[in-house]
Unconditional design. Structure first.
Length: 144
């Protein structure tokens, strides 16, 4: 069951491979994601020092229902670099693919046996002509 999706990914990129990774989060962040108070659009995965990190995952603060909510305050979106939990072989494979020119994008966050997992898409950017073809096909299907 997908909790949060990156819907623009399929329009802008051609996806060649998928990886599954765990996320290192706090309790309030997990609750916020389960309430769909997060945005994954534009999130990228980087490999640094033999570890994988996600940049651009915006998670709003979780509002406890017992507390009085101040309507004048806006939720602060936390745009922090978060660590991904992957095996060493997977990290090495992702590092090799990113050096070859592939982009590592976050596709969706889903629940698997009570744990939050991130699906990583290894993809290449589409050009304008490819995007137009996808839009035309989608419009034709809608008209039929």
């Amino acid at each position: 069951m997908s909790l949060i999706q990156n819907k623009k990914l399929y329009l802008n990129y051609t996806i060649s491979e998928y990886f599954e990774a765990g996320l290192k989060l706090t309790g309030n962040e997990v609750k916020a994601i389960r309430n769909s108070n997060a945005q994954i659009d534009g999130a990228k995965i980087i490999i640094r020092g033999g570890e994988a990190f996600i940049i651009g995952l915006n998670i709003s603060t979780y509002q406890n229902h017992d507390k009085i909510k101040d309507k004048n305050k806006k939720d602060l979106e936390l745009n922090i670099t978060r660590k991904l939990l992957l095996k060493k072989k997977e990290i090495l494979k992702l590092a090799i693919l990113s050096e070859k020119g592939f982009n590592l994008q976050a596709e969706n966050i889903f629940d698997k046996h009570g744990l939050l997992k991130l699906q990583i898409a290894v993809c290449k950017k589409k050009n304008k002509a490819d995007k137009r073809e996808v839009i035309k096909k989608r419009d034709l299907k809608r008209d039929l």
